[in-house]
Design a protein around this ligand. Sequence first.
Ligand SMILES: [Zn+2]
Length: 516
Amino acid sequence: MRLKFLLVIISMMVCAHAFAQPKVIPLNVEGATAYVGGFEELHHVYVSLDDLAKGLGLRTFVLQSSNKTSVYSDTGSLLFTPSNNFVVVSVGGRTDVVQMPLPALLANGKLYVTSESACDLVTRIANGALTYDAQKSELSFSQSVSITPQITWLGSESKENGAVIEVRMNALPRAYEASITTSGLGGQPDMLYLTLMPAEANVSRLDSTPPTSIYSEVIAIQNPNSVQLSFKLKEKYASKQVYVDSSSNTVMIALYSQADVKKIYSEEVKKKLEQEKNNWKLDVIVIDPGHGGKDPGTIGMRGIEEKNVALAIGLDLRRDLNKLLPNVKVVMTRDKDVFVPLDERGQIANEAGGKLFISLHCNAMPHKPNPMHGIETYFLRPGKTGEAIRIAAQENAAIKYENDYEKKYRSYDADNMILTTMAHSAYVKYSEQLAQLIEDNVSAVASVSDNGVNQAGFYVLIGASMPAVLVETGYLSNPREAAYLGSIRGQRAIAKGIANAVVKFKAEYEKNFTQN
Ligand SMILES: [Zn+2]
């Protein structure tokens, strides 16, 4: 009966999504099976948030006016918006905006998200992990045994200038405190006390922890809400410092022989920084030549089309970057005269693991010829000045070449702009730096004047989860500038200027994470 009901819903849904293949996805929870409605579209499996929440015993709330859907657990909530990539995630009093690779889709009044996003997001708020097995086409939820952090392993290691004691756990405690006491009496060992809260421990197993070169004995005490570990130290230490590694749920206590704190710190933390640094390595650059195919962009003096200028500069820029930064991968959202929807450009960038997104365009005044000239570089933020709003409206108009664009971009309203800007806030500083470098470097090598950095709400910048700028390389409505932008010489000079800016930006950007 239930299955039949689902199939009715799914077949109705197919009307909304022409390429969708309906699916019923089993959801295994602790030996029982529930069924989740969904569909497959362009190699992605979408699952119904409503069915998923029901199957997991989570609560949902749907705002009737907008179909915004909240999913609640005891510890947090997720807020999804139709046709929108951004999810508001609240866990333990902290609120973040998370960007899904693909937007939530509304079909027959219900919201659907990809199985990947569903697993990632539900696991953040549920008491366990949700996984999707693509081969078997089924979801599984494995409940955490306990949400109280448990000590799983103790260890220690001698260091050049001291020692490190490691306490591994299955989750990090909210609070921890360490102290060293010196007895002052001959023969009495110094003690290291570590309190973890909340935490649970198998006390008898910890008490029989074998001695190491650092400590001779461990005494564990389970309090109602905390665990205290007492280590009998073999040597005297001048000071200690506690570090927490959230990727491995490890509490580390560095013990320093002398007050030389720096040395052990750098040894232990260097590895972690190295990993962190790799995340920040500017190893993939995405070039996005604006418009293309059926969308010519603005048409300037002597019929010069924006799409052709943007592509020519993009191809020159790729060649320059390949030469200047041979270890960096350069990805293009288009390398020929084809139409690419605005939201797909961001997806291409994200899927390629892009660390920098440069969208290339040309400006024009509504009436030509017009003397206005110069290069302007934008980063994402709802437009403030009339001019920024005009240019954003002009570039955003490219969506009219996309099928059902009204539905697709409807949710990019003022509310969502705020969410978007929040999600991008981590990149704003870098986007602004790059924008300024582009202005300086292009005007230094090309015959275009520097009109400065500006902010505006460009759809194409919304989708890219990385520092992102949009360059209006010049005005096609200005006869002299149109001729320059249409010439190989002009295109090469502008590309060279942008490439120089990227090289300088990369050096600055990576420096932020090589210090310490
Ligand atoms: Zn454009």
